[in-house]
Design a protein around this ligand. Structure first.
Ligand code: DAH
Length: 364
């Protein structure tokens, strides 16, 4: 191997490398440094040389190898950067572009109500909790202080599922209240005896089921439960939360809210929640009539105890309301069945653009 040959090899290779695209670069690498590449073969030929010649040729060939290796790497880096730039440019998202007109869909009014409730309760420190549609008899009834043959079970027309012989059948939850039980059980396990147990503050929007169907009842409907447990929680907290929440939801700053004595097995005392309205005009907050929108009360000590929470140390309040009910009131919708008929014209009218999320800042 002559130095001249080496020199011409390098002089041919380097410009070719510098001009190569990704495919050509790989071909060059193989033809130069691959198993049968020119440089590799030269290195192999060293074995047949006498020691002195080998020493000199070896140094020269290795120098060439280094030059070519460096050139290949440099070109590859340039090509990689260019490819990445091209990809970034092609996939760029213009976040300042105006939104497309939303002719494609709308948020269902019930979903919207859930989003609005989340927007109202989150700044008050409530988390969203969820539970399954299919519940145990214990979570849906017994733990809520509704024992097996209690008349309160008859208040709810329950859908029962099949159960193995001798077991109580699971139910389609008749209310969101079983999520109170799930939350308190988890909480008691984690914090029940701790000195600085954090309070529970949850709201539970979700589907509920009862065997009932007419203009004001649907077998599937929605509720939102609320639960606060802590030390020194009292009825004033309940009233304050309901006042703020209802005033924000209906957008009526002075909305009259009335708590009226009632009965629920899982609260003591129990209260119906009424808001002021006009029966004649339907105006919320106007007139002298009252409209019931939910139930509430101080969590019954039996319910706390059922969940492993010491009722002498912890107190709390709970409330529950129907989402169809408050949505109908807010938007003047007069038939519950419209929510589930999937009439696109109705959905377009009462639905909300997905591009305007519920927020207290803009008003609900
Ligand atoms: N679960 C009740 C129902 O479905 C509503 C309710 C009343 C929930 C009082 C509560 C409450 O949390 O305290 O009719």
């Amino acid at each position: 191997m002559q130095s001249d040959d080496l020199k011409s090899l390098v002089e041919a290779a380097l410009p070719a490398i510098a001009a190569a695209d990704a495919g050509a670069l790989e071909e060059l690498r193989v033809s130069l440094l691959g198993k049968n590449g020119n440089v590799t073969l030269l290195l192999k030929s060293l074995g047949g040389m006498d020691p002195d010649a080998r020493k000199q040729a070896g140094a020269e060939i290795n120098l060439v190898k280094t030059q070519i290796t460096d050139a290949l790497l440099a070109r590859k880096t340039v090509l990689d950067v260019a490819a990445l730039d091209a990809k970034l440019a092609a996939e760029r998202i213009d976040v300042t572009a105006p939104p497309r007109p939303d002719s494609t869909g709308a948020i269902h009014p019930i979903s919207r109500t859930m989003e609005e409730l989340a927007a109202i309760f989150a700044p008050m420190g409530f988390a969203i909790a969820e539970g399954p549609d299919i519940e145990t008899d214990w979570n849906n009834f017994t733990a809520l202080n509704i024992p097996a043959h209690h008349p309160a079970r008859a208040m709810m027309d329950t859908f029962y599922l099949q159960a193995p012989e001798g077991q109580r059948p699971p139910v389609l939850r008749t209310h969101t209240s079983p999520v109170q039980i799930r939350t308190m059980l988890d909480w008691a396990k984690a914090h029940g005896l701790a000195e600085n147990a954090p309070p529970i503050r949850i709201v539970v929007p979700g589907r509920t089921f009862r065997a009932d169907h007419d203009a004001t009842h649907s077998p599937m409907f929605h509720q939102c439960e609320g639960l606060v447990i802590g030390e020194g929680i009292h009825l004033g907290h309940l009233k304050g939360v309901l006042n703020d929440m209802l005033r924000a939801y209906f957008g009526v700053p002075e909305l009259p809210v009335r708590l009226r004595a009632s009965y629920f097995p899982f609260t003591e005392p129990s209260m119906e929640v009424d808001i002021g309205w006009s029966r004649k005009t339907g105006e919320i907050g106007g007139g002298t009539d009252w409209l019931e929108i939910g139930g509430s009360g101080m969590v019954h000590p039996n319910v706390l105890a059922n969940c492993g929470i010491d009722p002498r140390r912890f107190q709390g309040f709970a409330f529950g309301m129907g989402l169809e009910r408050i949505t109908m009131l807010k938007h003047g919708i007069n038939d519950l069945r419209l929510f589930y008929e999937s009439d696109v014209r109705w959905l377009r009218h009462y639905g909300v653009s997905p591009l305007s999320p519920a927020s207290l800042h803009e008003g609900l």
